[in-house]
Design a protein around this ligand. Structure first.
Ligand code: IMP
Ligand code: MG
Length: 214
């Protein structure tokens, strides 16, 4: 049994269970609390504000679905309409625990990024396949520059190296869920991040990600 996943209220020092409290019971271990996440968002927002202080408009593609939770919090912390968030539907995992090895960019609104800075926001840097593909795609549209920002950096060999400009928190080389990250489209709503109980993982997925001994 893990400790439960709680969220600090903005208006007081009280904490309340996060909206996905029930699924929190499915975690074997909480790795990152909601409070750590919120502090990280503040640090990243301040660093992004400093970096783009001289720009009037920054395009921020957000890689759906995973990065949506991170991007919502970041947008609130940046609190300025010069930061234009742009949701982009991209997938390489498609529900399971291993990357399919292919990246699909499904739907992109028509945008003009020529001469503007682009900051790609993603949930996690794992193999790097997604980020590398999307970065090259934006670079081909002649922006002023393309930078990258991820909430989590997995401690693994990244098969596709990408330079990261803004990094939230390191995470171990485990399959993790919460704060946008899913297992079979579940657990994205968790306000903390953790490792699932082994018996909730389908046998064919267990081979790749062995669970730590408790
Ligand atoms: P990539 O392997 O770096 O291309 O990561 C692609 C995507 O896989 C990420 O943006 C996440 O949405 C997903 N992903 C990678 N690692 C995890 C994980 O540990 N849990 C859940 N999703 C993950
Ligand atoms: Mg993703």
């Amino acid at each position: 049994m893990t400790e439960s996943c709680t969220k600090k209220n903005h208006s007081s020092d009280n904490t309340t269970p996060c909206s996905a409290h029930e699924t929190c019971q499915d975690l074997h271990q909480i790795l990152i609390t909601s409070e750590q996440i919120q502090k990280t968002i503040e640090r990243l927002a301040s660093s992004i504000q400093d970096t783009y202080a001289d720009y009037d408009c920054v395009m921020i593609p957000v890689l759906l679905k995973g990065a949506q939770w991170f991007a919502n919090d970041l947008s609130e912390a940046l609190n300025h309409d010069k930061f234009q968030f742009l949701p982009i539907s991209v997938s390489s995992y498609q529900g399971g625990m291993q990357s399919t090895g292919q990246v699909r960019i499904d739907k992109v609104e028509k945008i003009d990024i020529s001469g503007r800075p682009v900051l790609i926001v993603d949930d996690i840097y794992d193999t790097g396949l997604t980020l590398k593909h999307v970065k090259q795609w934006f670079e081909s549209m002649e922006p002023a520059e393309v930078k990258t920002c991820v909430m989590f950096e997995k401690d693994c060999d990244h098969a596709h190296e990408v330079a990261l400009d803004f990094v939230g928190l390191p995470v171990p080389d485990e399959f993790i869920v919460g704060y946008g990250l899913d297992y079979q489209e579940q657990y994205r709503e968790l306000c903390c991040v953790g490792i699932l109980k082994p018996d909730l993982i389908e046998p064919e997925d267990r081979i790749e990600y062995a669970q730590p001994v408790s």
